[in-house]
Design a protein around this ligand. Sequence first.
Ligand SMILES: [Zn+2]
Length: 66
Amino acid sequence: MKAVQVRKAHELIIQEVEKPRISNSTDVLVKVKRVGICGSDMHIYHGTNPLATLPRVVGHEVAGKL
Ligand SMILES: [Zn+2]
């Protein structure tokens, strides 16, 4: 599957990553169809989010199906 990763400020890549696996009874696996770009993603991209470590896969506002 593909994921967008911010490697460092102002540098992102689209990369192939391993599909996540369900490991707990409370986990779900969602087939992501769309991802919003949040303000916090923009701060991560610009290197202005003091709580974010890099590299980081961004895109936490998702819509998909089970
Ligand atoms: Zn957000």
